[in-house]
Design a binder for this molecule. Structure first.
Ligand SMILES: Cc1cc2nc3c(=O)[nH]c(=O)nc-3n(C[C@H](O)[C@H](O)[C@H](O)COP(=O)(O)OP(=O)(O)OC[C@H]3O[C@@H](n4cnc5c(N)ncnc54)[C@H](O)[C@@H]3O)c2cc1C
Length: 429
């Protein structure tokens, strides 16, 4: 299996220069050119702090942000009901609303800055995989009612007949449609934000892996692998699952892999999706997929502690895709890749301050496009001295994950959840 990610193959190459020299100084340096780092930098500039520099070890969007499913929707990796249990309803409602505000902010940044990122409005459709289970249908109904009653969020209930008009498969039962959601080309969006940051007077440096972060009078000195240095009054660390320094951060999140493939462009008679919604199902390790503007099908799924080779990913995900759309058996898989998500044990983002002037945002899990944007806003408010970080964030701290043992425990719990789903599929009820 050849090929870089579909996104890298279809995004423009902007090429931001590596950091060089040792005399430069900025107000805020951001480590990591993913959505969390870029959103923090944009948020700061929108609050009048133009002097920011984003340092990215590889290229902008190299991590999860430039290789994800492209779903932009409200909520967090942690369930809304768990959030309410943790925080109490009023605070949970407020917190959840921030993720929905972030969806709106992404839309408005795309429009304001004319970022060409193939945005497709149409919502996100949560499909019932357990089509023979009346209990699973009732559960979807309860989920919609709960969100409406407690969070004031309207998800439409869609019956199985409508689902079959939208998708050429009888794999599913009914579904819930979150209308206020969209999907896009995440790498084009990340590159668009990087361009905006530069145009607003900030700096973006690729191939600039930060290897040391030292205190200095008035702030910090960041040192890159190539020996360049940058002084900054404050620093935001947003290295996601790819961060390899700062043990208080790396020791509090697990790097977890998930995978994506893209087919060749499909002839009209084979196109199985007749909706612009992004699609996923209600299993623990769900499929997530969508039709791309160039008529390909982008298909993602599985979570694992293992990084896999593209050929193996293509084989696994093709089999998953054929369970839903067997009519695509002859279709070529042209791209296959994996990406790492960072997960805290509590499945919520970890956002805070390690020391005065040293901020962090990580552990957005598999539901991070909107939450990273919310994090950028919270950090920009706090760093610019306007509002403290939301109190709810303190509930979700840097809980240790216990390294390799934690990874093995995570894999065991994933396998158990997958087994439960497989049983649920077979048992009536
Ligand atoms: C395959 C996949 C599919 C997903 N699908 C979706 C989806 O459809 N919708 C959704 O909401 N979420 C999805 N997610 C999750 C979402 O992509 C992430 O939660 C989010 O992008 C995390 O952003 P981030 O900025 O924290 O991390 P990243 O995007 O991983 O960015 C971190 C960056 O920091 C850089 N870095 C690390 N260390 C250093 C260093 N020392 N110096 C300089 N730079 C450094 C890395 O190179 C990397 O580019 C998916 C994730 C994956 C992997």
């Amino acid at each position: 299996m050849p090929t870089p990610t579909y996104y890298a193959a279809t995004a423009p190459r902007l090429g931001f220069p590596a950091l060089s020299g040792s005399t430069d100084e900025v107000e805020v340096a951001v480590l990591g050119g993913g959505f969390a780092g870029l959103a923090a930098a944009c948020g700061l500039q929108e609050r009048g702090i133009a002097s920011v520099a984003v340092l990215e070890a590889h290229t902008i969007g190299h991590g999860a942000s430039g290789r994800n499913g492209g779903f932009v929707f409200g909520g967090f990796s942690r369930d809304a009901t768990d959030l309410a249990r943790d925080l109490g309803l009023p605070q949970a409602r407020e917190f959840y609303a921030c993720s929905r505000d972030a969806v709106a902010l992404i839309r408005s940044r795309i429009e304001r800055h004319a970022i060409d990122c193939e945005r497709e409005e149409g919502g996100a459709l949560l499909l019932n995989w357990f089509r023979h289970s009346a209990r699973a249908e009732r559960q979807l109904h309860r989920q919609a009612r709960w969100l409406r009653e407690h969070f004031g969020v309207a998800w439409d209930e869609i019956d199985a007949a409508q689902v079959r008009q939208w998708l050429d498969t009888d794999r599913y039962g009914g579904a819930l449609l979150e209308r206020d959601a969209f999907h896009f080309h995440p790498l084009k969006y990340a590159l668009g934000l990087a361009r905006v940051i530069e145009q607003a007077g900030g700096r973006v440096h690729e191939h600039s892996a930060v290897t040391a972060l030292d205190r200095s009078p008035g702030g910090f000195v960041l040192r890159t692998a190539e020996g360049a240095t940058l002084r900054a009054a404050q620093v935001v660390v947003a290295g996601g699952a790819y961060l390899e320094m700062l043990p208080p951060l790396t020791g509090a999140r697990l790097p977890i892999a998930t995978y994506v493939i893209a087919t060749e462009p499909l002839p009209a008679q084979l196109q199985p999706i007749h909706t612009t919604a992004a699609l996923y199902d209600n299993r623990f390790a769900f499929d997530y997929y969508r039709a791309l503007q160039d008529r390909r099908l982008l298909w993602g799924g599985r979570i694992s502690i293992h990084e896999r080779e593209p050929a193996h990913i293509a084989q696994l995900l093709r089999a998953d895709m054929l369970k839903v759309f067997p009519q695509l058996a002859a279709v070529r898989i042209e791209h296959a890749w994996g990406g790492l998500m960072s997960y805290a044990r509590h499945k919520m983002p970890q956002i805070g301050r390690l020391a005065p002037g040293l901020w962090f945002a990580q552990a957005f899990g598999g539901h991070g496009v909107a939450p990273t944007t919310a994090a950028g806003e919270w950090l920009a408010e706090a760093i610019s001295g306007r509002t403290d970080l939301p109190a709810a964030l303190h509930r979700y701290g840097l809980t240790p994950v216990f390294g390799q043992a934690g990874l093995l425990a995570a894999q065991a719990s994933y396998s158990w959840a997958e087994l439960r789903d497989a049983l649920k599929e077979r048992l009536p009820g």
